[in-house]
Design a protein around this ligand. Structure first.
Ligand SMILES: [Ca+2]
Length: 434
């Protein structure tokens, strides 16, 4: 399904001193996809008691769902698994916590047969082992589940209770505890989107997959200690993985909901956003709209624009610093294009030494001119006369000194660069044309 998206401007090569800003509009053109979307869908069901009517409805309608989704022009495959709870296996309690029935396959009849094997058993306490089931499904491509490497991966998860958090290793016999945070990171790393159908079939868990995981959570205490976790697990996991949670789905509506939500996944990109990454990300002050765009249908071209605001975030040092990174176009959690970004922070400006003395920079003699008189005491109209110091050849005393025709006295004395062995000559004219 991947299409490499070009953006405009195609690259950024910026120079940003600290606090210096730069604003740009980044446009991304997303072409109508000529590529058939490749989609892997894994059906994962809670098969404990209260799910009975929902399971029956899925068995009745799943073949039609698969046929309809395949008719949308996608290369789509399906897989099947179900979960119950720990401790397992325990006779008269849980036959298993998770069972994988069928790997990803285009043989819809086999998928239907696998789903027909689902049998509900008691879940005992209210929360169930969905974290363990999702952990088992969150594996790399080409494993037991059979994810295809280049397919968009979706788990269609339906259940009506919260999940035990954590599923500790003492009860699962794995080498690690499965907390919500751990599970979410693993699903994101495997690029598996979770499409969660939170069923309204369990009166003991009114918020379904989002219910309080500590309510009536007794089954893990002897192995895992006091129950943890918070309300809203399903919504958070779905959102973090680029999927979606549909709340309050009835048994009657489950088939229709699976169909419409899967069709939306196949025919549209739910969300496209612009994300800064790499060493240049810290220079991004804002990207707008931060939530991106969507849904965008796949059967037409789209041009979207983001306002990106950069700011110098690094202080200068004695040498120029260069940072590399990118602005990525992310569609439903997958990077589908973008541009490289290079930011140079210029070196500190080194003070430039003063220029060497000019033609008049050396002063061998100081010539003092006095206006009409040269002491304060010999008053002229009551004011002391002005004194003018000359240190260079002066063609005209009128401009700017305004001392033409008024000089009455002069004094010549050695300047700072006086050389007693040199020969100096001082000439005065009445005017330049004399
Ligand atoms: Ca349970």
């Amino acid at each position: 399904m991947s299409i490499l998206i070009q953006v405009s401007p195609a690259t950024n090569d910026l120079t940003l001193s600290v606090n210096q800003t730069f604003d740009e509009v980044v446009k991304a053109t997303i072409p109508k996809s000529g590529v058939v979307p490749k989609v892997d869908v894994y059906f994962l069901a809670d098969t404990t008691g209260s799910m009975n009517t929902a399971i029956a409805a899925v068995k009745g309608g799943i073949l039609a769902v698969m046929t309809q989704i395949a008719s949308l022009g996608a290369d789509v495959q399906f897989g099947v698994g179900d979960y119950k709870d720990f401790p397992a296996p325990v006779a008269s309690e849980h036959p298993y916590a998770f069972a994988h029935q069928h790997s990803l396959s285009a043989n819809f009849a086999e998928i239907k047969t696998a789903i027909d094997t689902w049998t509900t058993t008691s879940g005992r306490d209210t929360p169930e082992a969905q974290f363990y089931a999702l952990d088992r499904v969150a594996e790399p491509p080409s494993g037991k589940i059979g994810w295809r490497a280049d397919a968009k991966r979706i788990v269609v998860w339906f259940g009506d209770a919260a999940g035990h958090d954590p599923v500790c290793k003492e009860i699962s016999k794995l080498s690690y505890h499965i907390s919500e945070e751990f599970l979410t990171a693993k699903l994101v790393a495997e690029k598996i989107a979770v499409l969660a159908l939170s069923m309204n079939t369990n009166y003991r868990a009114p918020a379904g997959l989002d219910d309080d995981p500590k309510t009536a959570a007794t089954g893990y205490k002897s192995k895992c200690g006091e129950p943890g976790g918070t309300l809203g697990q399903g919504t958070r996991i779905a959102k973090a993985t680029g999927g979606k949670l549909v709340q309050g789905v009835s048994a009657k509506m489950i088939v229709e909901t699976i169909t419409s939500e899967l069709a939306a996944q196949v025919t549209a990109i739910a969300n496209v956003s612009l994300v800064a990454s790499g060493a240049t990300a810290k220079f991004v002050r804002a990207i707008s709209p931060v939530v991106g765009y969507g849904p965008l249908s796949r059967d037409q071209d789209h041009e979207i624009a983001f306002d990106v605001s950069w700011v110098g975030a690094v202080a200068a040092t004695s040498e120029a610093q260069v940072f590399h990174g990118s602005l990525d176009v992310v569609a439903d959690g997958e990077v589908i294009g973008g541009k490289t970004v290079t930011i140079t922070v210029p070196a500190l400006v080194i003070p430039v030494p003063p220029p060497p003395p000019g033609p008049y920079g050396r002063i061998p003699l100081i010539v003092e001119l006095y206006d009409h008189h040269f002491t304060k005491n010999s008053a002229w109209m009551g004011d002391p006369g002005r004194r003018l110091l000359l240190s260079q050849d002066t063609p005209d005393l009128a401009t700017p000194y305004q001392m033409n025709d008024t000089v009455s006295s002069l004094k010549i004395r050695p300047g700072p660069d006086f050389d007693p062995n040199a020969h100096y000559e001082v000439s005065f004219y009445r005017d330049p044309n004399f």
